[in-house]
Unconditional design. Sequence first.
Length: 173
Amino acid sequence: MNRRPAAAAVAALLLAAWLPAQGQAQARAPATTPTPAPTTSTPTSPSPQFREVTSAAAVLYDGPSERARKLFIAVRGTPLELVSTLNEWVKVRDLGGDVLWVQRSELGEARHVLASTLASVRRRAQINGELVVQVERGVLLEVLDASAPAGWLRVRHRDGITGFVSTDEVWGR
């Protein structure tokens, strides 16, 4: 099954959703050097490692070279799972499962997650907590407090809405 069109559609939606918010001042941490992650995912493998795009937009390629085919653009904040590294290139996996290459300099500390399903942001870190907002798959959420109760993240939507989301409903951590 070819998931390339789905990945491109997600990237286009992210770009369209993110552009209106670009006028707002946003503090970003400097890019950090990614470390290699396992190339396979098995039950005994360590937890996946994530980084995020720190530039305004990063080109994702089908190989570790600027001469490789450009597949799509990931906007600032987009989390990507580390698969492996090769010099200044990092092999990554996106929300849709596509494996792509990005320049190492385009990545930094993971500070955002993506809704992996229709995600519920709640006032408290409880499954029956008051619903603040629901966001669709692919919506970017800033992680405010990773030390929230186990299984939860305190997040902020780009519109300023804050609350808690279950880690089962997001991707990127």
